[in-house]
Design a protein around this ligand. Structure first.
Ligand SMILES: *Cc1c(COP(=O)(O)O)cnc(C)c1O
Length: 824
């Protein structure tokens, strides 16, 4: 008997403890894998032992899924993304393997709850926000639907930064998430790939007598894959997310070593490993740094080489069916160099002609656009690109030459069109337009919500839509109900299971059945009780993380997402100031007590967004320290918003704030998580809000503000000062803000924000929507006071959230873009 077994039997007051197989595996990993023979087990060791025990159970299914994929002749899909915002894996794996009870018991043997133990896991924060989280939800759905899909990404040493607040301001701390090891990855050194940078190109005569191109004098790095298992839901499928780490080549060291500079040689490792050191923390904006381009090419080249190696291993030099059997989905333009890189590999390394290579490339590339914001559209300086990737630049020029020739033939005489659609933006510092490159190289281009796709076709990509209308399609985003309902909201999960069975976890369209119960008073009470418990849990979480005391009897009004001007956290803050003003002047009749929570990270270089964080904190501090207002209003900035925080926040939310300027939010997915968890939405007609409102019914959605065409119209003659002057309540809010009520010690601090609000050029037309927002928030309050009505609306929202499952989204990708079937 080991020390632990002895201890266990003592604690259980019996000589023979009935240990389950999982208990034994956990114990063995504690003892022998982790060398942990102490009597006192801390939750961190226990987390690791349980994670490895759960992983062991995944491994067998994983290997079976791989064999199935190898044997099948199905088309395969590769999801290329610079970001995968995974969060924690333990409870997800436990839930999908149906191990909940066993794991709970195993943890209990040591007097620790599963939830507490799960807290030991660092979030895998390999993404910024919506785009990265979407990639993670998609992988979950692909495994649930048993589709042959592999994710390819980067194993960043440092993920999304941690945010803490000092004196109301955001401070960034590095996220060394691999510090305690990562039980969810397996290194696969046998599949390493070589990636080349810099150098020159030169003409060569190939073996077959044809002239070809060689890329020479390159500086090389190695890519080492780390595989993470992606378990399907109770279906025996485990798919793969392959993340690449950069490391120095051995001969690189050797050259330097022979030159007598041993230390320099070892130091050179550093510059190679820099490539995968850190995730760029910009959401929806580009910074044009060379290291970022290195990351993009590094991911793309290693992944394409990986796929080609598998192909040639099976099919030799026969590429005639490569395009038919493989598909690459580009998550935004970040991996857009996949187009010229696949051309290069097929021509320079695998002897294909230009025409053969182009046929294959345009048969297997598909591109998803995620934003209309001009600052987010990637453009790379031709000079920088040609220096780092000279062979790719040549190929891009040739793609452009042939493309413009085709356009000139199809639309003769339209010179202007040629300038507009050219892959190269001319000027004294020419740039490559990565979105255009992606469209030209792909057979499918999709937007992520109906409005967004319509706006793409009519605006940003209208010329391309004219040239190739059949390429454009919509795939409205979704989220996985396994993580965003079943796992994060066990109270609601059990109520749903009891009421309509558990089929919704595999197929969320089944959740519609719960609508039948919305008029059942007893059911509504149970529904409200679940929400109340979740609000208590959120209250504790807010206290632990901020010290602010929420009151679960108040309306919980929540806006969590990246801090960005277009998302209009400022509008929310103005409304808080308005409520504060109303309370102070005694206009409180009919007012519902509210706890307002705002959270999100600002990109470290986005000064205006950081100033908005400071304003939210300052307003919160004035509001919370005023004894006159605390019975009606409390406000908090929740620090370090991330996946694991959202898992506590969305179940405890009553009101979901989705208040972007119409036409700016491509889809949103936070809106969907809140809907699934029974929050009602206050929102503009933007992104997927429109579809949420359609599905839930207009009477179950709090709509306000201008729609997208009205925003365009309003901008032409926008006079915010007149709006402010004409509306007493709005004027008072601006006076409080401009009078320095929230920056007594730092005069002028928020001037840039208030000047922006008053600027006729204000892109986000915040003042145009403020009155409508104030009014609809009054309606929200009135509705909340009628708990019967509110819970009914909440039930109807959840019942109609089936459309927003990423299973639905992925089934559409599979049927309409990928043309893949489930592995059988
Ligand atoms: C869902 C999610 C997002 C996206 O939120 P939006 O409101 O759609 O912008 C961002 N970050 C995290 C951590 C998320 O879970």
């Amino acid at each position: 008997m080991t020390v632990l077994e002895k201890q266990l039997s003592r604690e259980n007051n019996s000589v023979n403890v009935a240990l389950s197989p999982l208990d034994r595996e956990v114990l063995r990993h504690l003892n022998y894998t982790l060398g942990c023979l102490n009597e006192n087990i801390d939750s961190n060791y226990l987390y690791r032992a349980l994670a490895i025990a759960v992983r062991d159970r995944l491994v067998e299914h994983w290997s079976q899924t791989k064999s199935k994929m190898d044997e099948s002749d199905n088309r395969r899909v590769y999801y290329l993304s610079l970001e995968f915002l995974i969060g924690r894996s333990l409870c997800n794996a436990i839930h999908n393997l149906d191990l909940n009870e066993n794991a709970q018991k195993a943890a209990h043997q040591y007097g620790i709850g599963l939830e507490e133990l799960a807290e030991s896991e660092h979030d895998a924060g390999l993404g910024n926000g919506g785009l990265g989280r979407l990639a993670a939800c998609f992988l979950d759905s692909c495994a649930n639907l048993e589709l042959p899909v592999v994710g390819y990404g980067i194993r960043y040493e440092y993920g999304m930064f941690h945010q803490h607040i000092e004196n109301g301001r955001q401070v960034e701390d590095p996220d060394h998430w691999l510090r305690d090891g990562n039980p969810w990855e397996m290194e696969r050194p046998e599949d390493e790939r070589r990636i080349r940078f810099y150098g020159q190109t030169s003409q060569v005569i190939r073996d077959d007598g044809q002239t070809g191109v060689e890329w020479i004098n390159t500086q090389d790095v190695l890519a080492i894959p780390y595989d993470m298992p992606i378990p399907g839901y109770k279906n025996g499928t485990v798919n793969t997310l392959r993340l690449w780490k950069a490391t120095a080549t051995s001969e690189f060291d050797l050259d330097e070593f022979n030159a007598g500079s041993y230390s320099e040689a070892v130091a050179a490792k550093n510059s190679a490993e820099q490539i995968t050191m850190v995730l760029y923390p910009n959401d929806s904006s580009e910074n044009g740094k060379e290291l970022r381009l290195k990351q993009q090419y590094f991911l793309v080249s290693s992944s394409l080489q990986d796929v080609l190696a598998t192909w040639t291993w099976k099919h030799g030099k026969d590429f005639s069916k490569f395009g038919e059997k493989n598909c690459f989905q580009l998550n935004d333009t970040h991996p857009a160099c996949a187009v010229p890189e696949l051309m290069r590999l097929l021509m320079d390394e695998h002897g294909q002609s230009w025409d053969q290579a182009w046929e294959i490339t345009t048969q297997c590339m598909a591109y998803t656009n995620h934003t209309l914001l001009p600052e987010a559209l990637e453009r790379w300086s031709v000079r920088l690109y040609g220096n780092l990737l000279p062979r790719l630049l040549e190929i891009i020029y040739e793609i452009n030459r042939r493309f413009l020739q085709m356009v000139a033939e199809k639309f003769p005489g339209d010179k202007d069109l040629l300038h507009r659609v050219s892959l190269i933006e001319e000027g004294h510092d020419p740039h490559i337009r990565m979105a255009y490159l992606s469209i030209v190289g792909s057979y499918s281009v999709n937007g992520v919500a109906q409005l967004h796709t319509d706006l793409l076709k009519a605006g940003l990509f209208s010329d391309f839509h004219n040239i190739w209308p059949e390429r454009f399609n919509n795939k409205t985003n979704g989220v996985t109900q396994r993580r965003w309902l079943a796992h994060c909201n066990p109270g609601l999960r059990e109520l749903l299971n009891e009421t309509i069975g558990d089929g919704w976890q595999k197929d969320l369209s089944k959740i519609k059945q719960v609508e039948e119960h919305c008029d059942d008073a007893e059911f509504r009470v149970r529904w409200t009780n679940v929400k109340q418990d979740n609000k208590k849990a959120l209250t504790n979480y807010v206290r632990q993380n901020t010290g602010v005391e929420f009151d679960p009897s108040f309306l919980f009004d929540v806006q969590v997402k990246r801090i960005h001007e277009y998302k209009r956290q400022l509008l929310n803050t103005l409304h808080c100031i308005h409520l504060y003003d109303r309370i102070k002047r005694g206009d409180t009749s009919g007012m519902v007590p509210r706890c307002v929570l705002i959270g999100g990270k600002a990109a470290p270089g986005y000064h205006l967004a950081k100033l908005i964080v400071k304003l939210i904190n300052n307003v919160a501090s004035v509001v919370n320290s005023d004894p006159e207002t605390r019975d009606l209003l409390r406000m908090v900035f929740f620090p370090n918003y991330r996946v694991s925080a959202m898992e506590v926040i969305c179940p405890g939310t009553d009101l979901s704030e989705q208040i972007s300027t119409a036409g700016k939010e491509a889809s949103g997915t936070g809106n969907m998580k809140f809907m699934m968890n029974g929050a009602l939405t206050v929102g503009t007609l933007d992104g997927a809000n429109i579809e949420i409102r359609e599905k839930a019914g207009a009477e179950n959605f709090f709509l306000f503000g201008l729609n997208a065409p009205e925003v365009v119209e309003t901008r032409k003659n926008y006079r915010p000062n007149e709006i402010i002057a004409a509306d007493e309540e709005i004027r008072r809010v601006m006076e409080m803000l401009e009078g320095g009520m929230f920056n007594q010690n730092e005069p002028g601090l928020f001037d840039i924000l208030t000047t922006g609000l008053r600027n006729p050029q204000d892109q986000w037309v915040t003042m145009a929507d403020f009155r409508s927002y104030i009014d609809v928030q009054r309606e929200v309050g009135t509705a909340y006071q009628n708990q019967d009505l509110w819970s009914r609306m909440s039930i109807i929202n959840v019942a109609n959230s089936g459309w927003f499952s990423s299973d639905r989204t992925i089934q559409q990708y599979a049927d309409e873009i990928w043309k893949v079937k489930k592995l059988s």
